[in-house]
Design a protein around this ligand. Sequence first.
Ligand code: GUN
Length: 283
Amino acid sequence: MSIIDGKALSKEIRKDVKKQVASLTEKYGKSPHLVVVLVGENPASETYVRMKHRACERAGIRSTAINKSSAISEKELLDTIINLNEDPDVHGILVQLPLPEHIDANKVINTIEYKKDVDGFHPMNIAALQIGTQGIVSATPKGIMTLLEHTGIEIEGKQALVIGRSNIVGKPVAQLLLNKNATVTIAHSRTRNLEELSRDADILIAAVGRPKMVTGDMIKEGATVIDVGVNRVEDKLIGDVDFESAKEKAAHITPVPGGVGPMTIASLLQNTLECFEALQKEA
Ligand code: GUN
């Protein structure tokens, strides 16, 4: 059994991004610039956003925080985004989710210029993912695929089970696995035979947000298990997979923390760099 070290791999990626940032900054005479929009005061979102800014800073990527009160109107938020879309000095735009209920998150995402959509949430990028053409792939699914590649396992022809169908993780990662020719099943809260499906899975991605819901007895011997869960239980981070029992069956498994989490940030930096370079080539 090997533990997939997302922390170490993310460090390598960040080092590589930093080098590329330096070389592109020299080439274009300006550095990549990410703007992160945070609405309201959600403590988890504040932590994520802080981590994103710090990672940018370390990689030589300029990052600007726009913090808005939760009382902001939808119109005002959309206008903020339109200004960022039009600003040639901004190469990446990220609106941290969730947004307050009176704001339609889909409308907000649709308003972001898709070429600056470092989250890969815009319908243009989702369509590119589905068709299998070049687009921005959202950070967590991209990080998961990088982790899988790093293990060296074959994806083609394998049974992959994705537990969870969110737009941020479940659906895009399922599509990425399909694009790599896996046979993909998506399970969710209404799935009746989850244990059966999971015992059949060569690759299991758990992204539901329920602490330790995947236990060792549900895992196929020799499977690769990716745990996307970040459940805060009594001030500790607990994954969706019961690591202790799962590691007895899995050939490769990610820990929580130190698995998918750090890869999300590294992938965001890669996306920011990609957006920057594509926009400069167009200019
Ligand atoms: N909230 C939870 N995950 C994400 C993410 O990847 N991007 C954004 N913008 N918000 C999130």
